[in-house]
Design a protein around this ligand. Structure first.
Ligand SMILES: CC(C)(COP(=O)(O)OP(=O)(O)OC[C@H]1O[C@@H](n2cnc3c(N)ncnc32)[C@H](O)[C@@H]1OP(=O)(O)O)[C@@H](O)C(=O)NCCC(=O)NCCS
Length: 190
């Protein structure tokens, strides 16, 4: 079967959900992304320390745009419909074209947690990944202590497939990873 996994570059994709829009990251998103990725609560279980300098967010925007242009990663800004300000990001990255798989990542600004928003955003992005992008498998790598993230994955139908010991060292902290997987045949969850 012919793979529909995108070659470079990604199309400028915009995905709509009931309360949210997922759209390409723009230069003007840097301050909003700095607010998200400098927050210690958001970054508690992240693979890098919180940002300390707004210039890091400017560099992140450049990296996101370059990754999209090269077809390596699709990182979309999440905004509430009609509000225009990024409140989070959702990402497909680590594409393996021949195996039609990619990894899923996500972060939401602290004031917006607990309203089912990331579930809504990820439902849309996972549907796009298995639909338009033709992927066969999605993976997620999370800190075993990240209960909200584990719950978000479980709600989407992801299964925990194993634990990788001492996989990350961020600052002084060494942490394990739980690896989750979701197959196209398991989507949508029953
Ligand atoms: C993970 C994250 C995106 C979830 O976003 P959210 O919009 O609040 O998630 P939702 O409201 O869609 O659902 C979260 C689920 O986790 C549950 N949850 C939230 N906080 C929790 C906690 N501390 N312990 C256990 N469960 C928790 C909620 O009850 C909900 O479960 P439910 O659907 O059964 O009610 C958000 O917490 C976040 O950005 N965290 C920081 C970044 C991060 O860790 N990203 C993942 C890295 S792999």
């Amino acid at each position: 079967m012919k793979s529909r996994t995108p070659r470079s570059p990604f199309p400028a994709v915009t995905l709509r959900a009931p309360r949210l829009t997922l759209r390409p990251v723009a230069d003007a998103d840097a301050p909003a992304l700095f607010a998200i990725f400098s927050d210690r609560d958001v970054m508690r279980y992240w693979s890098r320390p919180p940002m300390a300098d707004p210039e890091e967010a400017v560099a992140l925007v450049r990296d996101i745009q370059a990754g999209c242009a090269r077809g390596e990663a699709l990182q979309l800004a999440v905004e509430r419909n009609g509000e225009g300000r990024a409140i989070g990001t959702c990402t497909l990255f680590h594409f393996h074209r021949a195996s039609r798989r990619a990894e899923l990542g996500y972060a939401l600004a602290r004031p917006h947690w607990g309203q089912g928003l990331m579930h809504e955003a990820l439902t849309r992005l996972v549907g796009y990944a298995f639909g338009e992008l033709g992927l066969n498998r999605l993976e997620a790598d999370i800190d075993p202590r990240n209960a909200a993230s584990a719950r978000s994955l479980a709600r989407l139908g992801f299964r925990k497939e194993g634990t990788l010991r001492e996989r990350w060292i961020v600052g002084d902290e060494v942490s394990d990873s739980d690896l989750y997987g979701l197959l196209r045949t398991e989507w949508p969850p029953r």
